[in-house]
Design a protein around this ligand. Structure first.
Ligand SMILES: C[S@@+](CC[C@H](N)C(=O)[O-])C[C@H]1O[C@@H](n2cnc3c(N)ncnc32)[C@H](O)[C@@H]1O
Length: 285
């Protein structure tokens, strides 16, 4: 019968440990003790959906699924996909005032949104660039947008958002880059914006894109799930993908204070890879 409609089973200590290790090894998630309640509640919903009787059964279900879909569904339950357009506006001000002026004349610019969730972050980057280049040169900016959740990536690729999700987009910008569907409730990005972004599945704990170099990496509101060791390793590996003088943006609630990294602090949640000329005046990277 399973748990459908009934009370959830208790999450036993050994079951928590199995799930904790699985989430750590595959996704770098740091589910320290104290997170038992969160794990039980979040995965409990999956247990119900699947009609399973215990967290051990759930664990067996996840590890025996060779397609990886059960593992992906697990990480979806354990992390949040919360995001919004132009979230943490200071990063977009910095893009506009410092980074874009420096890159303007380049034939090709690369930016990576490294935990892009349902796409609000990369679409905000694309709109910011189009605004700066007066709608021209869209093809000069290539945005790589990656996430581990296939569910959010599907939504991101569709590029359609309900009216309550687009509130942070200023009206003139909304009118320039999105179109309203016949029902009036959904807004879809125009092709000129969509074609600037390439969405891909990528686990930040695994191999990063070989040979890929970019000017800016957005890795925001994801570090918070990782322990110090994983954070340090990730920041070092991400830095290798930044060109000299390139920038790493992290979430404003995150910090690199207690880890070792070779980046220079620029301002809250903004770090720069040393090695190239950069001046606040002309913003050269
Ligand atoms: C809170 S959202 C952040 C979205 C966006 N960066 C922002 O700041 O608005 C965190 C995202 O990280 C993704 N994620 C979690 N673990 C990951 C991993 N190991 N590799 C890549 N993405 C991961 C989740 O699927 C989720 O979409």
């Amino acid at each position: 019968m399973g748990t459908i409609g009934g009370a959830l089973p208790t999450l036993r200590a050994n079951e928590f440990e199995l799930i904790r290790l699985l989430a750590y090894e595959h996704f770098g998630l740091d589910l320290r003790s104290g997170k038992e309640g969160l794990v039980a509640a979040r995965l409990g919903r999956r247990l119900r959906e699947l009609g399973l009787r215990s967290y051990r059964e759930y664990y067996d279900h996840v590890v025996s699924d060779s397609t990886g879909a059960a593992m992906t569904a697990m990480v979806d339950c354990l992390t949040t996909n919360h995001t919004s357009f132009f979230r943490e506006a200071r990063h977009f001000d910095f893009l506009r005032d410092t980074i874009f002026p420096a890159l303007k004349t380049r034939p090709q610019i690369h930016i990576w949104s490294a935990a892009c969730s349902s796409g609000e972050e990369p679409y905000s980057i694309a709109m910011s660039w189009l605004e700066e280049s007066h709608g021209e040169f869209g093809t000069r900016l290539r945005i790589k947008a990656t996430d581990i959740s296939t569910k959010v990536l599907e939504r991101a690729r569709r590029g359609e958002y309900s009216s309550d999700r687009i509130k942070e987009i200023p009206l003139p910008i909304l009118q320039r880059y999105l179109v309203r569907d016949a029902s009036g409730d959904t807004f879809a990005f125009k092709n000129a914006v969509r074609t600037m972004i390439e969405f891909q599945y990528l686990n930040l704990i695994g191999r990063l894109p070989e040979g890929y170099r970019c000017s800016v990496i957005f890795c925001r509101n994801i570090m918070i799930y990782f322990d110090k060791r994983t954070q340090q390793d990730l920041v070092q590996r991400l830095s290798a993908h930044l060109e000299d003088g390139g920038y790493l943006f992290i979430g404003h609630a995150e910090s690199l204070n207690s880890i070792e990294h070779g980046l220079s602090y620029v301002s809250p949640a903004i770090y720069q890879k040393p090695g190239a000329r950069h001046s606040g005046q002309n913003g050269r990277l």
